[in-house]
Design a protein around this ligand. Sequence first.
Ligand code: SF4
Ligand code: SF4
Length: 442
Amino acid sequence: MGDITIDTVRSAGVVGAGGAGFPTHVKLSGKADTVIINAAECEPLLHKDKEVLKRYAEQVLAGLAGAMKLTGASRGVVGIKEKYHDVIDLLRPRLAADMDIAPLQDAYPAGDEFILVYDVLGRVVPPGGIPLNVSAVVMNVETAVNVAASPARPVTEKFITVAGAVAEPVTLRVPIGVTLNQLLAAAGGASVADPCFIVGGVMMGYLEDNHDALVDKTTGGLIVLGWDHVIVRRRRQDWAQIARIGRSACDQCSFCTELCPRYLLGHPIEPHRAMRSLGFNLTGEPNVLGTAFCCECNLCSLYSCPEDLDPRNVCVRNKRRLASEKKRWENPPFNPSRPTLHMANRKAPMKRLIRKIGLAGFTNVGPLEEKLLATRRVGIKLKQHLGAPCEPLVQAGQKVAKGQEIGRSPVTDGKPALGAPVHASIDGTVEAVRDGVVWIVA
Ligand code: SF4
Ligand code: SF4
């Protein structure tokens, strides 16, 4: 295998394998003293990162080494929950001299980038900043595998945990472009009559009513729940309900603020003030600049609030509005000494969180099924990343091979837009290019 370079990472189409899909070649173009592998995996019922680390430890560490070389980092750290002794024991003898392991508490949101950087390095990323501001780069476990493989093959597969109300919770290896229904079938089907799909994770994911929605490079988990499960009911509340109930029932106890991970980092976000603002203007629209620093972890709504109100959505709605109005809080106040006062004893223990959100009855495992899921048809989205959608390089009727580049970032004035190329995930023929998706049949 050749050397890992920014070009191999770019042309392999590597993007953050969870979250928004930030192009990894851009992230690794920055300079940092430390690269952290984010193996905290704090979303309840997800096991993908631990399973991938167990099976592909060498590749994850090769990806870490490659990222360290590209960013000039002198230290690499795997941040993983202390309770996973077996994975830590497996990793330790394989670590290079400039790598180590940071054992993490079993708490939520240990995998939030800012919390992870603080837990591992004791550095506080400033409000509105990124880990690079404190000389750190954070990379997902699966992203590291893809970085390691980038000189040899592009990103055409995903690891996904399927859990919740399913017959056999499992972590699957699947071609990009299969459907959520195919994932459910591979987990033995639903154990409830009217299954609802939460994509990503119950805390930060979203309710997906289209059960034939397509898996892309950022899909990390599928949690199946019954229609009457509390998580599904909370997700179905509309804004009018959230605002009306919040306005009338919030007693300003401020638990939402006292446990907010970003508040604890010293950032100027206080969700109880956003809640208070619901009652203090004519429209009921929250109007608090600090909500721009909400990381959308959902802890305040699903764990902290004793009234089961929804400060998270109040913050997020305001955050989106501020962004659309291009309003920024320049030089926000910042109290970096706050974590030393509060952080250690205000984390949400996973066991208590799982009980609180009604997941304690589900089997909390996700063993890896290494065999690639078989499929005869895939839909490859032209946008699976942050930035501009790719332009298709193929047309209906054309034969394609697995790994072939089928979409590329548009170029303006000689410069490619922010993004990453996409590749065929099976051998076959292009059936259609329609609505931003390249359909391929074997
Ligand atoms: S925790 Fe709930 S009741 Fe207390 S201030 Fe926050 S939203 Fe209001
Ligand atoms: S979702 Fe709530 S707890 Fe999480 S960062 Fe936003 S305000 Fe804080």
